[in-house]
Design a protein around this ligand. Structure first.
Ligand code: RIB
Ligand code: CA
Length: 307
């Protein structure tokens, strides 16, 4: 079993990523930490608790982290995820409370107690991870790898240049990419290959006890994605970062230097990926450049069926 911690901002795709990680037979989900992103922190935290309560996993501790980016005002995405952050199905209220330690201290405590290094899977703005590295610089040997959803090797989704998670907190993303830790970057260029079309959504509906809720979440997600981006198949961004840990063979990666634009008003939050190595700078990430769509969805169906 590979020990992992998810850092999330649910968010529809975050919710599916959490359920996937809980159903994954080879992952040991040690904790879920929350960050402000898709919606404000109190809502992302309530949503994380609701999802784990729904799937009867109150044993997974949840701790709230940053309510705002390191240096900027929070930018949210209710237009995609709804006012609650989990528009669509009626998911009951949480059955348990968050851990009082907060995200950074919970992650630190768990990493220091774990018998082996732990993989972090951040799928929201990277504020909590940056704060962890700032406040606990000695923690890095306890981190096996960071598999993150964020950035893009090409187009953005929040500005023409920037993907949402990195756009919200580019300074945090820069600190994570410059940490020296092993990073797998699952950017929009690969997560857009994980579109949940009508056929995938129907298969999901029959994938385990909670397939119906997942399908309802994705019907809402599909409707907003169609309205905002014109997509017929909303991309399951965050579950790709989980799949990259479960089955690294599903993601084709290329070592690259990734830098984050933090100053330009036009391109703030862009992940500048040195695909051809023209900077001469050493790579700091394994950047996803291809995804096995069918293999990804078969893994998702199987994981959800195990819940
Ligand atoms: O750009 C997509 C990312 O932003 C996903 O993690 C989604 O949940 C939002 O946080
Ligand atoms: Ca997210």
């Amino acid at each position: 079993m590979e020990p992992v911690i998810l850092d999330v901002d649910p968010g529809h795709d975050d919710a599916v990523a959490m359920m996937m990680a809980c159903g994954a037979p080879d992952l040991d989900l040690l904790a879920v930490t929350t960050v402000a992103g898709n919606v404000r922190l109190e809502k992302t935290t309530r949503n994380a608790l609701r999802v784990l309560s729904l799937i009867e996993r109150p044993d997974v501790p949840v701790a709230a982290g940053a309510a705002a980016p390191l240096r900027r005002p929070l930018y949210t995405a209710e237009n995609i995820h709804g006012e609650s952050g989990l528009g669509g199905p009626d998911i009951p209220e949480p059955t348990f409370e968050p851990d009082e330690r907060g995200a950074v201290e919970l992650i630190s405590d768990i990493l220091r107690e774990a018998p082996e290094p732990v993989t972090l899977i951040p799928v929201g703005p990277l504020t909590n991870i940056a704060m962890l590295l700032r406040e606990h610089p000695d923690i890095t040997p306890r981190i096996s790898r960071i598999s993150l959803m964020g950035g893009s090797t090409n187009l953005g989704n929040t500005t023409p240049a920037a993907e949402f998670n990195v756009y919200v907190d580019p300074e945090a993303a820069r600190e994570v990419f410059e940490s020296g830790l092993p990073i797998t970057m699952c950017g929009l260029n690969v997560t857009h290959q994980a579109g949940a079309g009508a056929a995938e959504r129907e298969r999901l509906r029959s994938s385990g006890r909670f397939g119906g809720v997942v399908a309802e979440l994705l019907e809402f997600f599909a409707s907003t994605y169609k309205g905002v981006f014109g997509f017929d198949a909303p991309p399951l961004h965050d579950p790709v970062a989980v799949a990259a840990v479960m089955r690294p063979d599903l993601l084709t990666t290329r070592p690259m230097r990734v830098d984050v634009e933090c100053d330009s008003d036009l391109t703030r939050g862009e992940t500048v990926c040195d695909f051809y190595g023209v900077t001469g700078l050493p790579p700091n990430a394994e950047v996803g450049v291809g995804l096995d769509h069918d293999g990804f969805f078969e893994l998702l169906y199987d994981s959800l069926s195990r819940l």
